[in-house]
Design a protein around this ligand. Sequence first.
Ligand SMILES: Cc1ncc(COP(=O)(O)O)c(C=O)c1O
Length: 399
Amino acid sequence: MNPLLASLQPYPFERLKQLFASVTPNSAYRFISLGIGEPRHATPRLVLDALAAATGELAMYPPTVGSPALRQACAGWVKRRYGVALDPATQVLPVNGSREALFAFAQTVVDSSASHATVICPNPFYQIYEGAALLAGAKPYYVASDPSRNFNINWGVIPDTVWTRTQLVYVCSPGNPTGAVMPMGDWERLFALSRRYGFVIASDECYSEIYFRDEAPLGGLEAADKAGLASLKNLVVFTSLSKRSNVPGMRSGFVAGDAGILKQFLLYRTYHGCAMSGMVQAASIAAWNDEAHVAANRDLYRRKFAAVTPMLAEVLDVRLPDASFYLWAAVPGGDDEGFARDLMAQYNVTVLPGSYLARTAEGSNPGAGRIRMALVAETEECVEAARRIVAFVKGAKNG
Ligand SMILES: Cc1ncc(COP(=O)(O)O)c(C=O)c1O
């Protein structure tokens, strides 16, 4: 067996299952989950139609590099969304959702023969970064999201000794679980560090289309373009249709950026055997080429967050995030596990303890004392969950 497998941590939902193992939920309430971040809005008709029209593709092996039409559609979307012109032949690759790509990417770029190969992860973080780093033979270095910086990371707190051995930095913007969008100043700082130390930036942007401010979130490609980094050297962004177009089961996304790195990534992927089905490619083209369903989806989230956030803000330290479909709330008393457990027992609502999404580093766990709530169900159900959480917190105060 690969000994590195033993270094993997239990997934947060495994830990949640264990936490709830001894809990008997109050059967007076119907079960509501704010736990898993799985989109539940309807898949748009145009995607289903495109899938159905492309069944002929099943008779052929798809190329790993994807069809020219798909790569063109992805590049076209980047141009419309970020104003950045990409070469679809060399700067775009389709992937089967961003999860597999975020994992495979570390296997491609990390040189584990270097001493103390290090991968920087935000903390809390999307759990794939850690597993990807460990299985690539690197050590993750966790950097806390800073509540005083809208939960963004302060790149300035990382010592030079860490930067010198860093090969890869995962950025998550908009962040899971914080919803924070990394501002231009932080991008500029990170680009300068990358130039100085030579590490690769993997920017995970799968929540980029679910936002609550007037201005759409800044993306890595856009930031690089604004910073004058036309070659996109050492930058690869990861994006996905799962959340944008409500197709988490379709497994479709793309990566874009540094052509030299993508060439190596394609080589890795060719052996890994992860070509996207031609049917999925056809449906993805339809999805990337349409923005109306994305705006409608965003409106649904905006209305839902507008209804739920003020209710919860009455009893929890929480506010509307920049983007994503999560609320990242501090709980009274600071015991996130206890909060999740007792809420489940009394009101049959699942939330995810924040400490499960983070690691203890520099003596503290930056997820502790917080919970993540995924507002993926219909508004009515989320409002009902919020009502119960309010009653739960008020009851705990009075009890
Ligand atoms: C931050 C983040 N990145 C990537 C993913 C993977 O999404 P997908 O593989 O569906 O593109 C998720 C899924 O929840 C996520 O939260």
